[in-house]
Design a protein around this ligand. Structure first.
Ligand code: DPP
Ligand code: ZN
Length: 871
């Protein structure tokens, strides 16, 4: 496919005033009649033809203003419909197409899942339904009539409000007409038809309008939608309170489906969800599942304003809706739960996914300037780094300035397809700040490195921070300019309290200094003792911080820092340095400082359990590898980490035993954050107490596995057992399977934890599991749970020294590519860290990538990832 460039953007030549769609649902021959009221765009090219996108379409009939068109007056291929000489500057184009939803294995456009009909149109799926100007800057008012066999599809759902429904006389068919008054681009279109059970509720908006809420699930799963419904109502209230945004239709529906490429989709008034992010019960869902549901429900709901009411001008602007909406859902979850713990979890995820992406061949700016396949840009960079950029804006402007900017953005651009420039200008204009340098965060890829060193002058009572910044080269961007980095900091005195933060005679506003130059110094005054600097508090900027802090400084911060994030980070950094040295040299340095700091955190009654669990969980293998950056031997990383876990587990056995006992459940299960935190710490303790594989530890894990009254406790115990080659492992895996065999989402967990076992036998296990009746290459959740987990979360086995792990994943990618290119490409992206590896493993990975790249007939999705990975 050819490259598309942001610089080539042109407004559409034709607009769609309104569109009427008529669907006659049929398993293999669904008839779609589209009536587009087309009008020439005064901003388009004069005299331009009408060119509509299609994908795999069968055209049946075409008419203009009611008159059928002769074949000579248009040109139609599966992928394009061209009217070289449209009759007038405004006319009604009627298009009839046939689509086969059963044969649709890509899960883009109209497809079937568990026998039900559903759609996915973002980013370019609508063109698989009918010919259309399928681009986000063409907004139109949609009316959708859906007709189906009443037995097959008793439920018929569309965007907007239901305006009519009834029986088709003399047939077994019925219909429903949905009208969405809000103009929208085609990627927000959706319909659902099928046999589904409804969970109903309602919500009264701040201005007193009643909204009917519905969550549709497969029959028999109604009881598992309660938490999703509760999350939805809390999201609706929160968006009113935090952003002044009210819902704008009479109905809000969510449909949970079991075959879905992504997490969920924000179609106007009709969100379609991967059922993983809707269904939960204590027996089947972990605490992580509950918080995932809360976050994704909120995310899709928040898109109603940031994405739907204001959409993107083109797909280069994807972060305009995604980064902002992730920021909004993170803030929501922070308000619902513990803010520091949420921040820690988000930063862990950011580093694991985005920093890694930024450090490899797939690095790209938050707003890319070129792409070949837009599906490959739904990335951690666009989403998570995009959210960090919005967070930095808030840190720079303060609470009030940020809200003013958001208000102005909504006021100016409601109903429009906007750009990042529009977004940033709203903040600049609302606050009078020059944000031109700040905009580099959208344009420059790569994670900035911030080097910081401090000098205390006792006689002058000053402390000078010398800071230099650089952004490493990334694909297409060999050289970078200095960025604006909001650095939140504190100067911690010997008593553990923050000392005054003064530059000259001026207090530092909100504790944030702005680093703007390649090198810059800040002289803090009025200090009567040498401080320990607490830098980048709350992870105020997504940078790699290199400081001259000593291990002793970090032990001190881990114990005293007023910023909880940096207490966590200090401990993690001590561990990371040990792990790096251990992995490089084969010998772990003395971990005494870490043990001391960890013991203090574990015993501190003022800290909540969720925080302790985060602080005491060692950095992952991926993070250690990323920090090592080159010549990585994943086995050495694993060995170092294992050795450190054994040391901590043994030396802190008493503390972990106490934490394990203290975390025992009292009363009925509740998914709230405090209870979840208690379980997290208890389960971390279980892992440490069993890490040596001692009989005691295994017995404790086995007992917990058998007695658990919730999925978090059960699956963690099983994961602990799975990491040890003991007879209890296979017995427990079998018992788990038998207990949940009818529950695909739970069996996914069973696949995942087996795929993650760090053992040379795992590859064969995974190959066997691919033949298991519960596995299917046709279902994205199954693929991700088994093969995705192996590739992305089992560094030692995916990167086996003999290359078999790479070869296996490459083989799956090729098989999958002909069915579902999007999921195949996502799986292939697991190779993005291969350049970090030592030469032999790197060679194997490269060979696997080449084998893919040289295969004829690849999808654009897989071809794009393979090419960029090898570049
Ligand atoms: N727009 C969806 C989401 O991120 C994904 N396609 O919510
Ligand atoms: Zn989104």
């Amino acid at each position: 496919p050819k490259a598309i460039h942001l610089a080539d953007y042109r407004p559409p030549d034709w607009l769609v005033e309104k569109v009427d769609l008529d669907f006659a649902l049929h398993p293999s021959q669904t008839r779609v009649t589209a009536r587009l009221a087309l009008r020439r765009n005064p901003k388009g090219a004069a005299g331009a033809p009408v060119v509509l996108e299609g994908d795999d379409l069968t055209l049946v009939r075409l008419a203009i203003d009611g008159t059928p068109l002769a074949g000579s007056s248009f040109e139609a291929t599966g992928n394009r419909l061209t009217l070289a000489h449209p009759p007038a500057d405004a006319f009604l184009l009627e298009i009839e197409t046939l689509v086969d939803p059963t044969a649709n294995t890509q899960l883009m456009g109209l497809y079937r899942t568990s026998g039900n009909y559903c759609t996915q149109c973002e980013p370019e799926g609508f063109r698989r339904i009918t010919y259309y100007p399928d681009r986000p800057d063409v907004l139109s008012v949609f009316t959708t009539r859906i007709e189906a066999d009443k037995q097959e599809a008793p439920i018929l759902l569309g965007n907007g409000n239901l305006v009519e429904s009834g029986q088709v006389p003399g047939t077994s068919r019925h219909y429903a007409v949905w009208h969405d008054p809000w103009p929208k681009p085609s990627y927000l279109f959706a319909l659902v038809g099928g046999r589904l059970a409804k969970v109903a509720d309602s919500f009264v908006t701040a201005s007193g309008r009643k909204v009917e809420l519905g969550i549709y699930v497969e029959e028999g799963k109604e009881a598992r939608a309660g938490y999703a419904m509760d999350s939805l109502k809390r999201s609706m209230r929160w968006d009113e309170e935090a952003f002044g945004r009210e819902y704008d239709l009479d109905v809000f529906n969510i449909v949970a489906v079991s075959d879905f490429n992504m997490g969920a989709m924000e179609n106007k008034g009709l969100n379609v969800f991967n059922d993983k992010y809707v269904l939960a019960s204590p027996e089947t869902a972990t605490d992580a599942d509950y918080s995932g549901i809360e976050g994704v429900i909120a995310h899709e709901y928040f898109h109603n304003w940031t994405g739907n009411r204001i959409t993107c001008r083109d797909w280069f602007q994807l972060c305009l809706k995604e980064g902002l909406t992730v920021f909004r859902d993170q803030e929501f979850s922070s308000d619902q739960r513990s803010r520091p713990v949420k921040r820690i979890a988000d930063v862990r995820m950011l580093k694991a996914a985005q920093f890694t992406e930024d450090a490899g061949p797939l690095a790209h700016p938050v707003r890319p300037e070129t792409y070949r396949e837009i599906n490959n840009f739904y990335t951690a960079t666009v989403y998570e780094k995009g959210a960090e950029v919005v967070r930095m804006l808030k840190t720079l402007l303060g609470e009030e300035g940020f809200r003013k900017g958001m208000d102005l953005y909504f006021e100016r651009h409601d109903g429009e397809a906007a750009t990042i420039e529009d977004f940033v200008s709203s903040f600049a204009d609302a606050t009078g700040r020059d944000l031109s340098q700040f905009s580099l965060w959208y344009a420059q890829s790569g994670t900035p490195v911030l080097n910081v060193s401090g000098t205390y002058d006792e006689a002058a009572g000053t402390y000078r921070l010398d800071i230099s910044q650089s952004v490493p080269p990334t694909p297409g961007q060999p050289e970078k300019k200095p960025m604006v980095i909001p650095l939140a900091l504190g100067l911690v005195g010997p008593d553990g309290r923050d000392q005054p933060l003064m530059l000259g005679n001026t207090p530092v506003e909100r504790g944030v200094v702005e680093v703007k130059e390649a090198t810059q110094s800040f002289l803090f005054t009025g200090l009567d003792a040498r401080p320990v600097p607490s830098l980048n508090r709350g992870f105020s900027a997504p940078v790699n911080l290199v400081s001259d802090l000593t291990e002793a400084d970090r032990v001190f911060l881990a114990a005293h820092d007023a910023d909880p994030f940096n207490r966590f980070d200090a401990l993690q950094r001590i561990a990371l340095e040990l792990l790096k040295t251990g992995a490089r040299t084969g010998t772990l340095p003395a971990p005494d400082a870490l043990v001391t700091a960890a013991r203090a955190i574990l015993a501190d009654p003022a800290l909540d359990a969720a925080f302790k669990a985060q602080a005491l969980a060692l950095p992952g293998e991926g993070e250690v590898a990323r920090e090592l950056a080159r010549e990585v031997d994943p086995d050495a990383v694993f060995a170092a980490r294992k050795a450190l876990r054994v040391t901590l587990g043994t030396t802190l056995a008493e503390g972990f035993t106490a934490a394990y006992a203290a975390g025992a459940a009292s009363g009925a299960f509740s998914p709230d954050a405090a209870s979840a935190g208690r379980r997290a710490l208890r389960n971390l303790a279980l892992d440490y107490l069993a890490v040596t594989g001692s009989a005691d530890g295994i017995a404790r894990a086995k007992a917990q596995f058998e007695a658990a009254d919730n999925m978090t406790d059960r699956i963690t115990a099983l994961a602990v057992l799975a990491q040890h080659d003991v007879p209890e492992r296979e017995a427990a895996l079998d018992a788990f399977y038998r207990r949940f065999e009818r529950d695909a989402l739970v069996i996914d967990k069973w696949f995942t934890l087996q795929a993650q076992i760090a053992s040379p036998t795992t590859l064969d296990r995974v190959k066997d599991l691919m033949l298991h009746p519960a596995f299917s290459l046709a279902n994205p959740n199954r693929v991700r749970a088994l093969v995705g987990a192996f590739a992305a979360a089992n560094p030692t086995q995916f990167n086996r020294a003999d290359g078999e792990g790479h070869a296996f994943v490459a083989e799956v990618v090729l098989t999958l590519d002909s069915k579902n290119p999007q999921v195949a490409a996502r799986l292939l992206a697991s190779f993005k860290t291969f350049r970090q590896l030592e030469p032999a493993r790197r060679g194997h990975a490269e060979q696997a990538l080449r084998r893919i790249a040289e295969t004829p007939g690849l999808s654009p999705d897989v071809a794009d990832i393979a090419t960029r990975s090898l570049a």
